[in-house]
Ligand binder design. Sequence first.
Ligand SMILES: Nc1ncnc2c1ncn2[C@@H]1O[C@H](COP(=O)(O)OP(=O)(O)O)[C@@H](O)[C@H]1O
Ligand SMILES: [Mg+2]
Length: 398
Amino acid sequence: MVVASWCPMHHPPQILIVDDDGDTRSYLVDALQGHGYRTLEADAGQVALHAIRDEPPDLVLLDVHLPDQLGYDICQRLRDDSDTTLLPVILMTGVSTEERVKGIEAGADDFLTKPINRSELFARVRSLLRIKEYHEVVQAQAIQLRALNRELQVKLEQETQLAEVARMVGDIGHDVKNLLMPILTGGELLQEELEELFAKLPPQDAQQARDSQERCTDLVETVRKCAQRIQAQVRDLADCVKGLSTPLRKQPCDIAKLVDTVYLNLRVLANRKKIDLQTEGLATLPCIQADEGRLFKVIYNLVGNALEEFNKEGTITVRGKLESDGQHICLSVADTGPGMSPELCSTVLQKPGVSHKPGGTGLGLKIVKDAVAAHNGEITVESELGHGTAFHIRLPIE
Ligand SMILES: Nc1ncnc2c1ncn2[C@@H]1O[C@H](COP(=O)(O)OP(=O)(O)O)[C@@H](O)[C@H]1O
Ligand SMILES: [Mg+2]
């Protein structure tokens, strides 16, 4: 394939005049320079070819009869060379049809008959330069399109790879969950088994049995906690990758119901920590178009995070209100927990991926942020040490 190279237009345009007749050259130079064009001159074919190679002009005015070769041959050579195949050439011929036919066959773009008429000269030069300029625009657009195409290809490859990774992470997550199940339920059964076993031991071994039972209980508890952490980490990782690789599935979404489900899932932990789970204003919210699964993760992570931070009793409230523009809702997850330092508060959403608790992944807020962004929403946080934290999410209704 011949790839035609292209020289951007000079400003003002540069025209090479190839003619062995000095008078014709002077006439053309005067005329063209008088119209603001820059000119270069060559008095023979070889000189012209060198000049074109050294400093490609925007247009060539080429005499047919040169001392060393014919204008047609030069024109043909220019057409055969990928560097000059698009260079506009006007052949200066006599009146004969035969000369013109030869010129067309050699690839000339236009003709001027000697003696050259000034108005015709300018009309033909202008017309060919205009075409060159169009070519230039097309060329620039082709370059942009090629770059865009490359970018799209890279993106497509990345997305294909991401989808593959997401599938793998999903599969691994599924396997890990299945493998953890016997550890978690086995731990509970082992615990019960041990209690029964130790209860049956003769009274003289009672003290030794109690010590041993305590150690066993601790060990079983450690195993169960580790298994639970692994389960949570795998879940976070799978959620995070899935959020990045799966398109939104929007449907009418009832926020009050969604928050109820989140609370149902977290009620046992909340009760154990003596945390009151409250809602405000959710019942009057309109249904919004959203991906229910992704929004569930948002609320679940925010309430779950708040729960984990509490070291004494308190309250978590999910509040909802319709924004004054009537197009958005604002959801707030507020807690009366220990709050965050100003440094943490200012970075926690900007640089997610950092956990400050044992066994944390730091992926929770990333999952939240990605899901909110996918819904064209916004998320902010405010917090005060010792007083609590509130995350505010603004979501479009449609
Ligand atoms: N309600 C909150 N109160 C105080 N700190 C919070 C709260 N929510 C999040 N954080 C802080 O943000 C960090 C990142 O949270 P997250 O991305 O969910 O990761 P992880 O829960 O695995 O630590 C937490 O480790 C915690 O320090
Ligand atoms: Mg978390």
